[in-house]
Design a protein around this ligand. Structure first.
Ligand code: EPS
Length: 415
């Protein structure tokens, strides 16, 4: 039974999106502005389409928050779609006169787009108009995920955990690899229109996006999520569904257009011997001051973090590193071949307004999904009906690890 759960509802051009988050402890400071700040980060990024100029996403709390603090009850949030004004006839929940005509409603989509949910959804759900599918399959839904993730992020912040990301690859161009990050990773990444920390690569990526746009094409890429401050021991090795790597993979791969996730060195581990994959462990230097960071890292030092902060389905306390792979957006302005599901005839796929790339936004969404999984794992381990209780339980766990110092850090031998 998960400890923090969320659900979203809403169609891309419907009246709005809803996020419902259950399981937060009471007493968590939470302002609409801190959630809106995350929504704004998701709306950035060179290569987005005109829709992002229409929307300025803001949440309204419908429940669960009072006087700037959570109540411990379900938190319901609403984001209204400004574009609804242009789509209310198309998306009207009530029957309309044109529904009874041969043409039906405007903006039907029957030339299904390869790579989108259009065709499989129409067949599976037995619909005539792929709009019944694409409105929910649209990445607009991720607005509500980011709102839910912002609640999880606030909880993690209060418990000393920081979630950030940056873009490392776009459309065939790599950013220079790095293993240390700015202290405030998101502040640095958000200054770039692509959320990329390598200015030379960013310039080349922008040119690549412009070229793809001119060609009516789209681009994918990779964003890296970096989580710092985690305590050792979230997740568990004891059962398949408690392993944190599996839980993260499920959450990350549920993001629209995400095709895979690497943890630490990821797929490179297949090509290297074990001696170059696993991270040697050393005791802390004898007599070293016992900082909380060292306790969170289990009172040891690792000479590398190729595991990306996960061993045995549990956090090691090293930074959690996830590289998230996004395919190019499936809506092409120079469309691929398809069939028209109404006539069965050969056709060119529909070319709806869309983005050239959304990898910078995907990084923010991956942060949100990661935060939701980690906040759930924190509450699983530390529980608590109030933030104070969660904090005390975390502190007691860290105190117990600190007590083991002699055994783990080799002090007894050195004494
Ligand atoms: C999307 C198509 C575009 C994107 C949209 C995702 O929207 P529209 O069809 O209204 O032009 O802008 O992304 C968002 C609206 C968003 O908030 O991220 C799609 O088909 O997935």
């Amino acid at each position: 039974m998960p400890h923090l759960t969320f659900r979203t509802a809403g169609e891309s051009h419907g009246p709005g999106l809803v996020a419902l988050v259950e399981g937060t402890p009471a007493g968590l400071p939470l302002l609409a502005e801190s959630i809106d700040a995350q929504l704004a980060r998701r709306q950035q990024g060179y290569g987005r389409g005109r829709r992002m100029q229409i929307e300025t996403d803001r949440i309204e709390f419908l429940s669960g928050v009072r006087a700037g603090e959570t109540l411990g009850s379900p938190i319901a949030m609403l984001v209204r779609n400004k574009d609804w004004a242009n789509w209310s006839a198309t998306m009207d929940p009530a029957p309309r006169p044109e529904d009874a005509t041969a043409e039906g409603r405007k903006r039907q989509l029957t030339r299904v787009r390869p790579g989108h949910a259009d065709l499989t959804g129409v067949l599976k759900f037995d619909r005539e108009d792929a709009r019944d599918i694409l409105e929910r399959a649209s990445a607009r839904e991720t607005t509500a995920r980011v709102a839910a993730g912002a609640v999880a992020r606030r909880l993690l912040e209060e418990l000393g955990v920081r979630v950030g990301s940056h873009l490392v690859h776009l459309g065939g161009i790599d950013a220079a690899p790095r293993s240390i990050w700015p202290e405030d990773l998101n502040a640095a990444a958000d200054r770039s229109v692509l959320r990329c920390l390598d200015p030379a690569a960013e310039t080349a990526m922008i040119a690549r996006i412009d070229a793809a746009k001119a060609e009516g094409d789209t681009l994918g890429g990779i964003s890296e999520v970096v989580v710092r401050g985690l305590p050792v021991g979230l997740g568990a090795h004891v059962a398949w569904d408690r392993k944190l790597d599996g839980r993260l993979a499920q959450a990350i791969c549920s993001i629209p257009a995400v095709k895979g996730v690497e943890m630490g060195i990821g797929f490179a581990a297949a090509r290297l011997p074990g001696s170059q994959v696993h991270d040697p462990i050393e005791p802390l230097p004898a007599g070293a001051p016992l900082h909380e960071g060292a306790v969170r890292r289990g009172l040891v030092q690792r000479l590398s973090n190729r595991a990306g902060g996960l061993e045995g389905g549990m956090t090691t306390g090293e930074p959690l590193l996830l590289r998230v792979v996004m395919k190019p957006i499936a809506t092409l302005m120079k469309p691929l071949g398809t069939v028209d599901v109404r006539t069965g005839a050969k056709a060119s796929a529909a070319a709806e307004r869309s983005d050239v790339t959304a990898v910078p936004a995907m990084g923010v969404i991956a942060e949100a999904m990661t935060a939701l999984v980690l906040a759930d794992a924190m509450l699983e381990k530390f529980g608590g009906d109030s933030l104070g209780e969660t904090r005390r339980n975390l502190a007691a766990y860290l105190a117990r690890i600190a007590e083991r110092r002699g055994a783990v850090a080799g002090d007894a031998a050195d004494a």
